[in-house]
Write a protein that binds this ligand. Structure first.
Ligand code: HEC
Ligand code: HEC
Length: 343
């Protein structure tokens, strides 16, 4: 009797232990929170990381895998990295990048350099954070043209993705995980190790005389470049009309505010890695940096809401070429060859 009870007791006890162990494994114990060591360059503030998506090695690793995953597009031909290529500063060299089935959108792919710092996303600023931004290319018929739910179901069949998802977020891969993991990876794309940064850090031999002349002009009141392209990130995050057209086909910020005073206003783009991201402007209509500088030198075209800072500039040919030389010092070779970002 006692023996029998004893056996029953032992059996039940071991069941309780192993059952509860199994439950723990499926819910919490697979979550690993290895802090990601985000290296902040001199002169940069740390970016704001949302509390509900702390940066961990596991999340960034999953985000990287997804960033390079072609299952994102309905025709299986494109990943995020098709339009945001590391060697091109996480932009590409097409005026307008073809999306799924080769369909064209209407804007130039921007660089993702230091995208963790943007206070709003997309050129009219309509998206508040990187987690939500992931929905934009998925939904767009001219980009991935794929439902996030369909994508999640497909990815759930992939054991590697599911295991990584459990480690990163303690759950199987789903829309919650996909949007957060991609955002986590994108926040690691920090670029602050260009020749210009080395110069600022005290290595004054890094910049040639022409580059230094260009730098002085860039930061001068004569050109006002740095009023808009301000600070370590070369943007003040404002929206401006620079007189690119007399009539804008793309209404820019007016698209979300419905205010004609916002016509043709676009987010001031960062200039980091600008040498690698030609062609330029929201529609990729300007081919070279020389032509961009020529645009600003001319003072642009007339437009009722053209920014008052955009005025004809008294720059010689030499000044203009020095400005271009300076812009090219913002290229960060370490960033575009960093194996941590590659597939
Ligand atoms: C077909 C090309 C294409 C693909 C694929 C693509 N993008 Fe983009 N991306 C763009 C274009 C074009 C814009 C600018 C859109 C706008 O401003 O309206 C953009 C804008 C962005 C921005 C906003 C940057 C800023 O400074 O405002 C982020 C972030 C981004 N993409 C991330 C991604 C991620 C993550 C993926 C994959 C889930 C992805 N993109 C897939 C072309 C693409
Ligand atoms: C009034 C604010 C303002 C001033 C001043 C200004 N810019 Fe810009 N710049 C912008 C905006 C806004 C855009 C994007 C316009 C668009 O896409 O239609 C831009 C675009 C650019 C681009 C192309 C970026 C890309 O990724 O396509 C470069 C390069 C550039 N500016 C350099 C300069 C230089 C050099 C000067 C000084 C000679 C200057 N800017 C002055 C606001 C400004």
């Amino acid at each position: 009797m006692i023996n029998r009870l004893g056996v029953v007791f032992v059996a039940c006890f071991s069941c309780l232990v192993s059952c509860s162990e199994a439950t723990i494994e499926n819910t919490v114990s697979q979550l690993r929170m290895t802090p990601y060591d985000l290296h902040i360059p001199n002169g940069f503030d740390p970016p704001t990381i949302p509390e509900d998506n702390a940066l961990t090695e596991e999340r960034v690793a999953l985000g990287k895998l997804l960033f390079h995953d072609k299952r994102f597009s309905s025709d299986g031909a494109l990943s995020c990295s098709s339009c945001h290529q590391q060697a091109k500063g996480f932009a590409d060299n097409r005026a307008i990048s073809p999306g799924t089935e080769g369909r064209l959108g209407f804007r130039n792919a921007p660089t993702l350099s230091n995208v963790a710092y943007r206070t709003s996303l997309l050129m009219e600023g309509g998206v508040p954070n990187l987690e939500l931004q992931v929905l934009a290319p998925l939904d767009d018929v001219n980009e991935f043209d794929k439902s996030l739910v369909v994508l999640a179901v497909e990815l759930q069949q992939d054991e590697q993705v599911n295991t990584m998802s459990q480690l990163a977020y303690g759950r199987d891969v789903d829309p919650f995980v996909i949007t957060r993991a991609l955002a986590a990876f994108e926040r690691t794309l920090i670029s602050g190790y260009s020749k210009y940064d080395e110069y600022l850090n005290g290595d004054h031999l890094m910049l040639t005389e022409a580059e230094q002349e260009g730098m002085k002009l860039f930061f001068s009141e004569e050109t006002n470049c740095s009023t808009c392209h301000a600070g370590a990130l070369f943007t003040d995050e404002s929206f401006r009309n620079i007189g690119l057209y007399e009539q804008y086909e793309d209404k820019g910020r007016e698209r979300i505010t419905a205010d004609s005073l916002d016509n043709g206003k676009f987010k001031v783009p960062t200039l980091r890695n600008i040498e690698l991201t030609a062609p330029y402007m929201h529609d990729g209509s300007v081919e070279t940096l020389e032509e961009v500088v020529a645009h600003f030198t001319s003072g642009g075209l007339n437009h009722p809401v053209k920014d008052s800072l955009i005025q004809p500039l008294p720059l010689t040919e030499q000044d203009q070429s020095n400005l271009v030389a300076f812009l090219k010092t913002l290229t960060d070779r370490k960033f575009v060859t960093n194996a941590a970002f590659a597939p």
